[in-house]
Design a protein around this ligand. Structure first.
Ligand code: TYD
Ligand code: MG
Length: 455
């Protein structure tokens, strides 16, 4: 056998290089190459076209077994998964350290165990004592959950092999796991990949739903091995601001259901509480009309969530460069909106500082937020409060037109349900009037006239 060569793997895209270099040639990221275990080198004469077993082909309309799902008892968790966990599936749960992944999974596992099915929780980060303390605090200590602290995948699989396979297996976290089939310390790309591979194979062969916890780096990618995302059936991300209470569980990839479904939780002293009506969470404390605030019905997957947008405009006396600061929205998008308001509506923000905040630490990605942000900005500039029970949605183009957006009826219905009585939306969404009185807008100029005119 030829001598194994050193190789380096990019922690971002997983591509392999044979020489270390500062920049990955495939994804152009810097300083992402790390040394990996050497690949096994086979002789070139190795012929794979003989000696294998025949693979059977199947017709597309061959009978299939309907997908069976198991609910965990945590409705928000099940919802984000598309209706529950699928036996034999692998789920990767990513999130920043301290966001609540272990708490959520302990709650889910305990709930499955209480329902009579077997659930196993393998902790690679915390000692069992720590996990038990948390379970006591969460009121879960009586759940017949099988808990163990372990990091060696062979030990874990050997133990599980001797028993009835559990319905749910949680491995917290994959970066602490170690497989003795290859060299390398836990957390390296090759170790994470090999450990995940063995665990996923066990899950598939035994119909076990497997949840792998994965740490996430600052820029939001699951640390190191992007490769994991390809190996699993479902990728979920647990997000939120640590300083705020709420957490959103988002599905980014789901082989068994829709992506973009979310579950909403609030971190309380007794663990994660499910929030069945997230709009109330983000709108709390709106009693008097305040200039510079507007309400936007955001869509999270198929679910509308009402959030408050707050704008503050401070006129500068000196000629200093004014600041623009945004929390919870895209700063490029804010710059664009300000430019459109200046160019198409004659409003001037050039000598004013502009601050924009999405209440509750919520992060908006829906393009339909443009109109709500514009409404907050104009209201702040004119110092005129918007009607308390009004919502605003629509995408704004560079020409200042208000464009139609998806899911207008759902947005309006949610707002009506919460007692809003004025819907300001794109004229092209007018048919979606639903149960809410709808005020149609076709341009930003329209919006400015309406707010400045106090209508
Ligand atoms: P944890 O689940 O350990 O996060 P992760 O596994 O994602 O790293 O959650 C840690 C944080 O959650 C910790 O800072 C304290 C907070 N927390 C509560 O506020 N209430 C609780 O009941 C629990 C268990 C944790
Ligand atoms: Mg943890």
């Amino acid at each position: 056998m030829a001598k194994a060569k050193r190789r380096y793997v990019c922690t971002e895209c997983g591509s392999v290089a044979h020489r270390w270099q500062g920049q990955c040639v495939d994804c152009s990221q810097w300083n992402t190459l790390v040394e990996d275990a050497p690949a096994t080198v086979f002789s070139t004469k190795h012929d794979l076209s003989t000696g294998g077993r025949a693979v059977t082909f199947e017709a597309l309309d061959a009978p299939t077994v309907p997908l069976s799902r198991r609910t965990t008892g945590l409705a928000e968790f099940d919802r984000a998964l598309g209706g529950g966990i699928v036996p034999g599936s692998a789920i990767l749960m990513g999130g920043e350290p301290g966001i609540g992944k272990s708490t959520l999974l302990l709650q889910a596992a305990a709930s499955v165990a209480r329902s009579g099915a077997q659930a196993v929780y393998i902790s690679g980060e915390e000692a069992t004592g720590q996990v038990r303390l948390r379970a006591v605090r969460l009121g879960l200590a009586d759940a017949p959950l099988k808990l163990a602290a372990a990091t060696n995948v062979r030990d874990i699989l050997t133990t599980l092999h001797d028993d009835e396979p559990p319905a749910l297996l949680i491995v917290d976290s994959i970066q602490t796991m170690h497989s003795d089939t290859i060299e390398g310390a836990p957390g390296t790309v090759s170790q994470v990949r090999a450990s995940a591979f063995e665990l996923i194979r066990y899950a598939k062969e035994n119909g076990v739903a497997l949840v792998l916890v994965g740490h996430v780096t600052k820029d939001g990618t699951i640390a190191g091995p992007r490769v994991l995302e390809h190996m699993v059936d479902v990728v979920m991300s647990f997000e939120g601001e640590r300083s705020h209470q709420y957490r959103i569980l988002r599905s980014l990839k789901n082989r068994f259901g829709a992506v973009d479904e979310i579950g909403v939780f609030a971190m309380e002293s007794e663990g994660l509480e499910e929030v069945a009506n997230p709009s109330t969470l983000f709108l709390s404390g709106r009693e008097d009309p305040v200039a510079g605030t507007s309400v936007f019905p955001a869509m999270e997957g198929t679910r509308p969530v009402l959030v408050e947008i707050q704008a503050l405009i401070v006129r500068l006396q000196s000629g200093a460069t004014p600041r623009r600061a945004v929390v919870g929205w895209d700063s490029g998008r804010l710059a664009m909106l300000l430019a459109v308001l200046e160019a198409r509506c004659g409003l001037s923000f050039s000598s004013a500082e502009v601050y924009l905040n999405v209440a509750g630490g919520y992060r908006l990605s829906d393009p339909a937020a443009d109109l709500a942000v514009a409404a907050a900005l104009v209201s702040a500039l004119a110092d005129k409060p918007l009607p308390l029970r009004a919502i605003w949605f629509g995408e704004v183009s560079l020409s200042g037109e208000v464009r139609a957006v998806a899911h207008a009826p759902l947005r309006l219905r949610e707002a009506a349900k919460l007692g809003f009585d004025q819907g300001n939306g794109p004229v092209d969404n007018a048919k979606a009037g639903a149960s809410l009185h709808n005020r149609h807008l076709n341009s930003l100029a329209n919006l400015v006239d309406r707010i400045m005119g106090g209508q």
